[in-house]
Ligand binder design. Structure first.
Ligand code: NAX
Ligand code: ADP
Ligand code: K
Length: 497
């Protein structure tokens, strides 16, 4: 799903109205009809509709007219004394002509009237502010929002919960806490923050009749990855395929202190369908790991046939638990400087590259890096706070600069190839525990090995990894890496139909 900000909305709007001659009231009517489509009339038959004086208020008035025409009970309130926008006024006049009463809330005393009605109707429809919110909310607006939130009634917000910014997450003074937000054309950038769902409730994005090519003209190629997109990427297995079709995946990971990281990375690859997985690790832990795994072949990277293995791999995951040391650096330097299959670099593979980023830039291989915020901070020299604030731009710039795919982990993991940005919608804080990232690295290498193009493989893997965590977390206080490994193949199967 496309992500966008208020400038994008303005550009699209202007183009439709000025270049295509679509009357703005047509767009408003489409928006209103989409709001109505999202109301469950088995549960809700009477509505308190609260309008501002801009186009968000215009949408709400058009919704009120549609509901009135369906013989629903509507109580309509307009807040403030500002002059109405052109389209808001058009909808106001139609209602007046139809004889539908509209009450005004201007002073604090008027709020009592609103409070008396709020609990009598089944639903509140919030059309106070949308993408035009420009300054801090105070006075009568603040009081109305307080009443709405206090009512305990079901609230549907039009486009944006009134009070929330569209461009980056922020609340301007106060904000409606909706149960559902019906937004238009694009998923607003402000919805991405981990606190936003306290205000938006469930988010539905509806098209309001703007041709896709118009949206694409102005869209910055930022997308939210949801189940629908994943289902279109993931392929069912052909009846006659054999293990050679699903890739030879090599995992270079682990050391004396971190056998678990090596185990989990290789299991991520095995349990997500790689044809043949070989784990290359430090000599001293080969035996321990051999006793732990059945499907994975294990060898030391000091072996003579290590070089041949690298040459014959379809994808290689490198880094988890290797240790930030010269030996790790030498292995990675050697692989990066030779042409060959795609690489997935994580953990210590990133730590050793911190001051050697030219190796990344000059490598002829396709590369995916999977840093968490801390690792990204070390790679870029930017402190974590600033990375969190500007995650999308920092990931995109780094990706572009080094010609690699960046997967920046965390809430709403970001995946970018420098041009397109994908934001993952799955995963949760119950997954914040050791080894989680190692599995993800293994899954990405596995899907690349299975023939998925690296960007698609990375998007797919991030979604699946978080999706398994989301399903498990419904019944678990915390989800550990081994739980994810266990459930992986079952849940991937569910996504293929
Ligand atoms: N662009 C589009 O594609 C469409 C947009 N539509 C609707 O139009 C909305 C945007 O409409 P507008 O641009 O008119 O903006 P809004 O309706 O969001 O609000 C703007 C009005 O509120 C005032 N205002 C802003 N901040 C305030 C504050 N803190 N206190 C008091 N007053 C404040 C402004 O001065 C202006 O009068 C969208 O959210 C959507 O609901 C729809 O009509 C359909 C088409
Ligand atoms: N709050 C959260 N919301 C969504 N995903 C999370 C959250 N916390 C952790 N995760 C996911 O768990 C994984 C943790 O990876 P990482 O930080 O590398 O951990 P480790 O190094 O311990 O394996 C990442 O894929 C991350 O996206
Ligand atoms: K609103």
């Amino acid at each position: 799903m496309k992500i966008g900000n208020s400038q994008l909305i303005k550009n699209i709007d202007n183009y439709c109205i000025n270049d295509l001659d679509i009357p703005s009231t047509v767009l408003m009517e489409n928006a209103a009809l989409k709001v109505v489509k999202n109301i469950n009339f088995e549960k809700f038959n009477s509505f308190t509709i609260i309008c501002g004086t801009g186009n968000n208020g215009g949408d709400a008035l058009a919704v009120a007219r549609q509901l009135f025409s369906m013989n629903m009970k509507v109580d309509i309130f307009i807040i403030g004394e500002h002059s109405m926008s052109k389209d808001c006024l058009i909808n106001y006049n139609i209602l007046k002509n139809m004889g539908v009463p509209i009450k005004q809330i201007v002073k604090t005393q008027d709020i009592q009237l609103l409070n008396d009605i709020l609990n009598k109707n089944d639903m509140i429809i919030d059309g106070i502010f949308g993408s035009g919110l420009a300054r801090n909310i105070d006075g009568i607006y603040k009081e109305v929002i307080k009443s709405i939130n206090k009512s305990g009634m079901y609230i549907l917000s039009i486009d944006v919960p009134s009070g929330m910014l569209c461009d980056s997450f922020g609340i301007l003074g106060s904000c409606v806490k909706a149960n559902k937000t019906v937004s238009f054309e694009v998923y607003k950038k402000g919805f991405l923050d981990y606190e936003s769902d306290k205000y938006t409730g469930e988010i539905v994005v509806e098209s309001i009749g703007i041709p896709e090519y118009v949206v694409n003209k102005f869209h910055l190629k930022e997308y939210l990855v949801q189940k629908k997109e994943i289902k279109s990427i993931i392929k069912k297995r052909e009846k006659y395929s054999y293990k050679g079709d699903f890739g030879r995946v090599s995992v270079i990971a682990g050391s004396k202190k971190y056998t678990g990281a090596a185990y989990l990375t290789s299991q991520g690859a095995v349990r997500s369908g790689a044809g043949l997985v070989t784990l290359c690790t430090e000599k001293s832990v080969v035996e321990i790991l051999q006793s732990k795994t059945i499907e994975t072949m294990i060898m030391s990277y000091e072996n003579n046939d290590f070089k041949e293995l690298i040459l014959n791999s379809d994808s290689i995951a490198i880094g988890p638990g290797m240790g930030n040391n010269e030996n790790t650096f030498n292995i990675i330097k050697d692989i990066l400087s030779k042409d060959g299959c795609p690489l997935v670099l994580d953990a210590d593979a990133l730590n050793v590259l911190q001051h050697n980023l030219d190796l990344l830039k000059n490598s002829k291989r396709k590369i995916v890096i999977t840093p968490h915020i801390g690792e990204m901070g070390r790679l870029t020299g930017i402190d974590s706070k600033n990375i969190i604030k500007n995650r999308i731009d920092i990931a995109r710039d780094f990706s572009k600069k080094y010609g690699i795919i960046v997967l920046l982990k965390g809430y709403n993991t970001i995946i970018t190839n420098g041009e397109e940005v994908y934001i993952n919608s799955t995963g949760n804080s119950k997954m914040a525990s050791g080894g989680m990232g190692d599995i993800l690295t293994g899954i990405i290498a596995s899907f690349i090995g299975q023939g998925y193009e690296p960007l698609k493989a990375t998007i797919l893997s991030a979604f699946i990894h978080g999706y398994v965590g989301d399903i498990l977390s419904k019944d678990m206080f915390c989800v550990n890496a081994s739980h994810i490994v266990e459930r992986l193949p079952y849940i991937i199967e569910n996504l293929t139909y």
